[in-house]
Design a binder for this molecule. Sequence first.
Ligand SMILES: CC(C)(COP(=O)(O)OP(=O)(O)OC[C@H]1O[C@@H](n2cnc3c(N)ncnc32)[C@H](O)[C@@H]1OP(=O)(O)O)[C@@H](O)C(=O)NCCC(=O)NCCS
Length: 158
Amino acid sequence: MNISSGCTITIQKAEPQHLDELHNLELDSFDGDRISRRNYRRLLRVPSACCLVALENNQLIGSLVLLFRRNSPKARIYSLAVASSARGKGIGKKLIHHAETEAAQRGCHSLTLEVRCDNLAAITLYTRMNYTKTADLIAYYEDGANGLRFTKEIIDLS
Ligand SMILES: CC(C)(COP(=O)(O)OP(=O)(O)OC[C@H]1O[C@@H](n2cnc3c(N)ncnc32)[C@H](O)[C@@H]1OP(=O)(O)O)[C@@H](O)C(=O)NCCC(=O)NCCS
């Protein structure tokens, strides 16, 4: 998959050479509960994961990790991050849209994700994209913060 969306921003599946940039974006974007470099290396090769990247002039400015389980119609957005310098331009929205298309193409009927209760930007983004809160997750994060689970039923968007 290599989908051009907008003037210079491309959303595509991550490749092994993106490992360092993926890891750096993770370090810049999250204070805890991060995906380690080792875990990213594994996610890049296992069929149960789909790593999407947003590239601008070949530079990685966004990422989304989608997880699948064998024989399950539910996919999970495991991570989403946009470089701080590139936020507010619709890249998060584009990554989610592509993840929904990918999940639908792999036969999934719904997407779930977890988000910290205090992450207003992400909660607003998910709500705007018609995700609905389906669970409260008490002390879900490493630092004891509460989380929310959001879910969206998807149809084949391809
Ligand atoms: C959350 C995140 C991925 C959003 O990415 P983004 O590319 O800036 O988001 P978009 O530009 O696509 O914004 C889409 C919508 O989200 C909402 N939104 C985005 N940033 C927001 C903010 N800071 N405050 C309130 N709403 C916000 C808006 O409704 C926006 O739509 P609009 O501009 O038409 O009003 C980004 O802020 C990020 O990487 N944060 C750090 C990592 C993180 O928290 N990831 C999510 C973990 S669950």
